[in-house]
Write a protein that binds this ligand. Structure first.
Ligand code: PLP
Length: 399
């Protein structure tokens, strides 16, 4: 007898049924299916750099293999790696974290999962600005917490202020999640807004996770980390990742900087689940963090160029509005002008038609809490960016 979905749901845990498969993965799967049947897809769906990992980082991994650096390490990463993380962060942001306040995990996503699991309990509220990165909502729900959404306004460049956060605080608020630069909007919080939110949270005894996976992809000319603030540390967790900074998405290396007691709890959880991030990757990460940061500056310059092209191209399509993002590598155009035509009434409808008829893949905003927008990930060859936007222009012109 085969097991039906209904039977399955009766023995799967309640917590696994509270979450959904990552929507960005779903788009990638559909684009892959079409590509497999011979369709030429311009893919703006996948959120990762189009660069190869820099040579000196690859060489460090190869050396680690050749030197048989292939055993278990401490669950939270080697001392060498944790020292490299805190040294890099201190050099860039004057943060001065200690070794016991730092831990490495299998990507920023893993860090966030660990942090939310140790901080959020059943019934706790977690403030989450919209649009949000897909996984935050599901990680909160998996832990038993409730996301409390704060809408931001595209006309204000998706800015988040302390006043907006204050209105969402209740006696059950445990945690606020910040993500600047933001996936999917590319918005960068003004340092003074970030400081005001951190101080407000601290004064109210609320924890903050500052997801800084894109901290080096900030195009304002002033890199900024919450770690620059020293007097709110006992409530602050900084999450970092090598994925985007060094074009290492597949390598899986992320880190946390935060209060020793919380880091220690995360370490305990990790020691009972994945154990250490891959030993070889840790050596590569040390090379990335200790080596020249010229590669990061070069990639950043390229992203700025692509961002400018993407924004100008999208704004030249009648009816589409698009904020100018100051970081990350996404643009988040508003497609609602075309709702009501061609059977399209939401961003999901528009994205589906664009994929099927114009062969351009992007992630509909519903995944990020908005049914008006779609996320375009612009780390692609410049010619593909041009081709994709041209296809969109023709698609919308034909409606
Ligand atoms: C906002 C944000 N946080 C965390 C991550 C996780 O990145 P990784 O697990 O590759 O370090 C991503 C990846 O897309 C992201 O966009």
């Amino acid at each position: 007898m085969t097991t039906t979905t209904t039977q399955l749901s009766s023995f799967l845990t309640n917590r696994i049924q509270r979450i959904e498969v990552s929507a960005t993965m779903a788009v990638a799967a559909e684009a892959e299916r079409l590509r497999g049947s011979g369709v030429d897809i311009v893919d703006f769906g996948v959120g990762e750099p189009h660069f190869a990992t820099p040579e000196h980082i690859k060489e460090a991994a190869i050396a680690a293999i050749n030197n048989n650096f292939s055993r278990y390490t401490a669950a939270g990463g080697t001392v060498e790696l944790r020292d490299a993380i805190i040294k890099r962060h201190h050099a860039d942001f004057g943060s001065g974290y200690k070794r016991e306040e730092c831990m490495a995990s299998v990507g920023g996503k893993h860090v966030l999962f660990n942090a939310i699991q140790v901080l959020v309990d059943h019934g706790d509220e977690v403030i989450l600005p919209v649009p949000y990165w897909v996984s935050f909502k599901d990680m909160i729900r998996y832990s038993g917490g409730e996301p409390v959404f704060i809408e931001t306004d595209e006309k204000q460049d998706f800015a988040l202020t302390a006043e907006m956060v204050e209105r969402a605080i209740t006696p059950r608020t445990k945690l606020i999640i910040l993500n600047s630069p933001c996936n999917p909007s590319g918005a960068v919080m003004k340092p003074e807004d970030m400081v005001a939110v951190l101080r407000l949270a601290h004064a109210r005894g609320i924890y903050v996770i500052s997801d800084e996976c894109y901290v080096y992809l900030n195009y304002t000319g002033r890199l900024f980390s919450a770690g620059e603030l020293h007097d709110v540390r006992d409530r602050l967790m900084i999450v970092g990742s090598l994925s985007k900074t060094y074009a290492m998405t597949g390598w899986r290396l992320g880190y946390v900087l935060g209060p020793a007691a919380i880091v220690s709890a995360m370490n305990k959880l990790q020691s009972q689940s994945t154990s250490n991030p891959t030993s070889i990757v840790q050596k590569a990460a040390v090379a990335a963090l200790n080596g020249s940061q010229q590669c990061v500056a070069e990639m950043r310059a390229d992203y700025i160029h692509l961002r400018d092209k993407a924004v100008a191209g999208l704004r030249s399509i009648p009816g589409i509005t698009c904020a100018n993002p100051n970081g990350a590598f996404y643009v988040f155009p508003n497609l609602s002008h075309y709702f009501g035509r061609h059977g399209m009434n939401s961003a999901a409808d528009v994205a589906r038609k664009l994929l099927q008829e114009a062969h351009v893949a992007m992630v509909p905003g519903e995944a990020f809490g908005s049914s008006l927008h779609a996320r375009i990930s612009y780390p692609v060859a410049e010619t593909d960016l041009e081709r994709g936007i041209e296809r969109m222009r023709q698609f919308f012109a034909g409606l």
